[in-house]
Ligand binder design. Structure first.
Ligand SMILES: Cc1cc2nc3c(=O)[nH]c(=O)nc-3n(C[C@H](O)[C@H](O)[C@H](O)COP(=O)(O)OP(=O)(O)OC[C@H]3O[C@@H](n4cnc5c(N)ncnc54)[C@H](O)[C@@H]3O)c2cc1C
Ligand SMILES: NC(=O)c1ccc[n+]([C@@H]2O[C@H](COP(=O)([O-])OP(=O)(O)OC[C@H]3O[C@@H](n4cnc5c(N)ncnc54)[C@H](OP(=O)(O)O)[C@@H]3O)[C@@H](O)[C@H]2O)c1
Length: 509
């Protein structure tokens, strides 16, 4: 704990986290404790998989984690990025499990991996994780239980797919690349690279580009050019602003979107308003969260250029500079941008969910158009936690990982809460209707408050789920709904009514 006199804010933050941890963290299972069914297969040992597994075992459900990579990839994408990478949003929005305790507002990569590893150990998940095991297919046995790859891995009642959205580094080939005399790296491969006094060209205008710019500043590069083919919104690195923006419950553009956009232009972009998109609203894509980028441009240390890459030359990149409003590929002025290092901040391939049964991908109910964006309507025992999102304002690592996990546990534990495919599809249709005027697809963009609204609707619409509300939202009060379900089971048995063992067959709405 920080000294309250020397660091009062840090002390208060740590105190808040201590209280949250004590109130909402389920107790880790005792060593050697026998965990019960339903048993969940968790695919991926990034922060989502580890957090979801901790919630499951903390509530007495057995799990097995399958991770494609080796042990050193525990922590998922954070185990594979630069040492200079860190959180752009404030860590208060990135408490991916109630027991996570951040020592500061903006933890770096190592601190994030260490929190994931500590969580993994705290909940006894070492013996429940198989590394070097990519999941290639999942299918059901005759009793409706899930088999992961093959029968040697056992049988499972539910699946949490936590494969993330950032897979392998994307390195598009560009004409003339082999001619370039300098070095070319992907933005996630900058650890140990020398940039002092060099000119750096960053291709791409997303969050990784901004991070590469931070690397350039840290390494004292001479000048950095960011070559972006489209404009994206940048929002300040300020938790109050970021949380307020995620409070747009409509989860998309509204007639009032001009208000935050104008405020951002006037008070954040100021003299750099040319960088702010005019072709897309703020609530249409994931914004970048950064304040330093503006300062670097103002100081003349960086230039943000809009246009199209024509190819590489020996000395740099041939670039067609476009004015604002001119579409990609439109007319402009060609220029050679000279540089010593090119950083490809061109993103990551999305990990596939193809291991799921084919009927999970039937249009118009293919991801992200699933129930609560996460449950394929044909398979409510599958929760694709955090890996179907496209764009959002909020955070990938927060409260919702636990909520999604506990909704799955509720569906598996209580047959009367389990929705039918028909009703899940109606919810998807309803959300599409409500968001029919949104410039993006209904599930292609959401805000954190909209997500909370989805959860509340899910619980409120079905009286059998009401008893689970505290459990779903806060992870507490599991005993009461469990005892009600046991009583219901006894009544059903007494009446001779059988509920099938197939967890995908819902009877409810
Ligand atoms: C540099 C960087 C900075 C970021 N900063 C932020 C930020 O500030 N705020 C924010 O909200 N988000 C940020 N993100 C997004 C980040 O992806 C998420 O925050 C979060 O780490 C995702 O965790 P995850 O566990 O869902 O996925 P991952 O961390 O990607 O983990 C998925 C795991 O699943 C495994 N896997 C994949 N497929 C299979 C399979 N078929 N079988 C078995 N295992 C499989 C992978 O090997 C991997 O270990 C950042 C991303 C990057 C790259
Ligand atoms: N600390 C952070 O907050 C942080 C840091 C890094 C990453 N992330 C997260 O990680 C994910 C990936 O981010 P990212 O920035 O790596 O990827 P990204 O958001 O997909 O951005 C990639 C950028 O590269 C451009 N691009 C791709 N292919 C190109 C090509 N062939 N020619 C020219 N430009 C090309 C894209 O342009 P178009 O947009 O026009 O396609 C885009 O500007 C996001 O979810 C992001 O939020 C977060």
């Amino acid at each position: 704990m920080e000294n309250p006199l020397l660091h009062p804010f840090a002390f208060i933050y740590q105190l808040i986290q201590w209280v949250l941890s004590n109130l909402f963290s389920p107790d880790p299972p005792k060593p050697g404790a026998k965990l019960g069914r339903p048993k969940i297969a968790i695919i991926g040992a990034g922060l989502t998989g580890v957090s979801a597994a901790s919630h499951c075992v903390g509530h007495g459900f057995d799990v097995q984690i399958f991770e494609a990579g080796p042990r050193k990839q525990l922590g998922g994408i954070w185990s594979r990025v630069n040492n200079t990478s860190g959180l752009q949003i404030h860590s208060i929005m990135y408490r991916f499990h109630p027991s996570v305790t951040w020592s500061g507002g903006y933890p770096n990569r190592q601190q994030i991996v260490s929190q994931i590893t500590e969580l993994w150990k705290r909940y006894g998940l070492e013996s429940k994780t198989i590394f070097d095991t990519p999941v290639e297919k999942v299918y059901k046995d005759e009793k409706g239980r899930w088999i992961i790859n093959d029968t040697s891995n056992g049988r499972f009642d539910g699946i949490i797919a936590a494969v993330g959205t950032c897979g392998d580094a994307k390195m598009p080939h560009m004409p003339g690349m082999e001619k370039f005399k300098g070095e070319i790296y992907h933005s996630s491969d900058l650890t140990g690279k020398e940039a002092k006094g060099k000119n750096m060209i960053i291709i791409g205008g997303g969050a990784s580009a901004v991070e590469a710019l931070e690397f350039a500043a840290h390494e004292e590069a001479k000048k950095t050019y960011i070559l972006a083919r489209s404009d994206k919104w940048i929002i300040p690195r300020n938790p109050v602003v970021d949380i307020l923006l995620s409070f747009n419950i409509f989860g998309g553009e509204t007639p009032f979107s001009w208000i935050p956009e104008t405020i951002l232009r006037k008070f954040f972009y100021r003299d750099l308003q040319d960088l702010a998109p005019t072709d897309k609203g703020l609530f249409t894509g994931t914004p970048m969260v950064n304040s330093d980028v503006m300062d670097k441009i103002r100081e003349g240390k960086a230039e943000w250029l809009r246009g199209d890459i024509k190819g590489f030359t020996e000395e740099g990149v041939k670039f067609n500079l476009r004015s604002k409003g001119v579409p990609a590929g439109g007319p402009g002025r060609e220029k050679i941008i000279k540089g010593d290092i090119v950083v490809m901040a061109t993103g990551f391939d999305r990990p596939t969910l193809n291991f799921l049964p084919e009927d999970s991908f039937v249009d118009p109910y293919s991801p992200p158009n699933w129930y609560l964006q996460t449950f394929p309507p044909q398979h409510v025992s599958v929760c694709a936690n955090n890996c179907t999102y496209v764009n959002a304002i909020g955070s990938v690592g927060n409260w919702h990982i636990g909520i999604y996990t506990r909704i799955l546990l509720m569906f598996l534990s209580d047959p009367l809460t389990r929705p039918q495919t028909f009703w899940m599809e109606r919810w998807i249709d309803m959300t599409r209707f409500v968001k029919r005027f949104a410039p993006t697809g209904a599930f292609d963009f959401f805000t954190y408050l909209e997500l909370i609204w989805w959860f509340m609707f899910c619980i409120a619409i079905n009286p059998f789920r009401w008893k689970w509300a505290f459990f779903v939202f806060f992870g507490i009060g599991h005993a009461l709904p469990k005892s009600v379900v046991n009583a219901e089971d006894r009544i059903r048995n007494g009446l001779g009514v059988k509920i099938g063992s197939n967890y995908d067959v819902g009877k409810s709405f």
